[in-house]
Design a protein around this ligand. Structure first.
Ligand SMILES: *Cc1c(COP(=O)(O)O)cnc(C)c1O
Length: 382
């Protein structure tokens, strides 16, 4: 196998799920397995974790079909946008549709009627994200339509928060026109969601049986957002959705990105390392090469910033990160070909990588490419 690989501790993921479940009980837990299980490798994570999940969430129908082909029988909600021509897949693979518009709902009802097949549907309400979903102020007609859909099982209703963590997580330039008090607060989104639920009460109709709103941030910060189910993504993977969030649920990361030194040489003073000559040896030093690069998801824009653990000691990455390799300055230490390098894990955190790359922890994990084999282990957890 390739010496550069990602070790995924399945026992840790299970422990994270158990800790989340304990905290939110009696609410159910939908485990988010989109984006290759946040980079952890869905082929290994899904079969292991599915028996412990009440529901599975993915972004796109193709991810859901992949899970069914792996033999997963847990209910799967496709949370993202769906095109009408993708609807037959929902029937064929027994998937739950996020109905994000009246048109999609109507198309689903017609297909359910003509094929005489059942379909589970969750109504998607937009309470402030301005992404997919029916605005809360247009929800009445949408709900009315859903109540008339006699061939669908309207199992759920949900919304998604725009700012469930803190404003610290906004690391991009904010539009000049945006006043700080126009940032959509989760409490406002919950209020709007409650208004939508009250439509059922007004009509003496029961609400759909699974009402859900909470992503990881809300799972940590907003117990009133749990309703019947929570949808933790990043938190299930052991990473907190923001730096200053209260770590009220104990979770730990499950990833260790490992490699091995593939070359070791002494570089003379004045010699520059890698493309662009962005780092120069001031004194004679040992430079080692690690066979991992930006094509593996080790971001090029981190150049000259990361620390890498070699034989358990932290060293600076130096010179432009290449597509398939990068270099590390180990000074006077006797580092040899074959010595272990750890790029992520064992004290090098998703937060560290996110800072070096100028991005968030989500992108760090989901960016680790398919070229990096995933190795699944069970046992000792942190
Ligand atoms: C991705 C996603 C989540 C999980 O978000 P985290 O911040 O990782 O917890 C929850 N709900 C929806 C609709 C999503 O798309």
């Amino acid at each position: 196998m390739r010496p550069t690989y990602l070790e995924v501790n399945l026992s840790q993921l299970k422990q994270n799920l158990e800790n989340i479940r304990k905290h939110v009980s009696p609410a159910k837990v939908l485990v988010v397995l989109k984006a290759n299980a946040y980079g952890h490798g869905v082929d290994g994570v899904a079969p292991f974790i599915a028996p412990f999940a009440d529901y599975i969430g993915v972004a796109i129908v193709e991810e859901a079909i992949h899970l069914r082909k792996l033999g997963i029988t847990t209910p799967i909600l496709v949370m993202g946008g769906t095109l009408p021509e993708q609807l037959p897949d929902f029937f064929e693979y027994d998937l739950t549709l996020a109905a994000s518009s009246a048109d999609l709902l109507t198309a689903a009802e017609q297909l359910a009627e003509s094929t005489r097949k059942p379909l589970k549907v969750h109504l998607k309400i937009d309470t402030g994200m301005e992404r997919i979903g029916v605005h809360e102020y247009e929800a009445e007609a949408f709900i009315e339509k859903s109540l008339a859909c006699s061939h669908l099982d309207i199992e759920g209703i949900f919304t998604h928060f725009a700012n469930s963590e803190t404003l610290e997580s906004i690391d991009l330039p904010i539009a000049d026109s945006l006043l700080s008090d126009s940032i959509v607060k989760p409490s406002l989104q919950l209020e709007r969601f409650e208004e939508v639920l009250s439509i059922y009460e007004k009509r003496s109709e029961p609400t759909p049986r699974i009402r859900h709103t909470a992503n990881s941030g809300a799972t940590l910060l907003l117990p009133e957002s749990y309703y019947d189910m929570v949808r933790p993504g990043v938190l299930f993977y052991g990473v907190y959705p923001a730096r200053d969030v209260e770590k009220i649920i104990d979770v730990k990361p499950a990833l260790t990105w490992k490699s091995k030194v593939v070359y070791s040489k002494v570089t003379l003073p004045g010699r520059a390392v890698s493309y662009g000559s962005l780092w120069q040896a001031e004194a004679q030093t040992r430079i080692v090469t690690v066979p991992c690069g930006y094509a593996d998801g080790y971001f090029r824009r981190m150049t000259n910033q990361p620390r890498v653990l070699i034989n358990g000691k932290k060293y600076p990455q130096v010179g432009r990160i290449c597509m398939d390799q990068f270099m590390v300055n180990v000074g006077d230490d006797d580092v040899k070909v074959g010595d272990e390098a750890v790029l992520f894990g064992n004290g090098i955190t998703a937060e560290d990588l996110a800072d070096w790359a100028g991005t968030n922890e989500y992108e760090v994990m989901t960016n680790i490419s398919a070229r990096v084999p995933r190795v699944y282990v069970e046992g000792a957890i942190q």
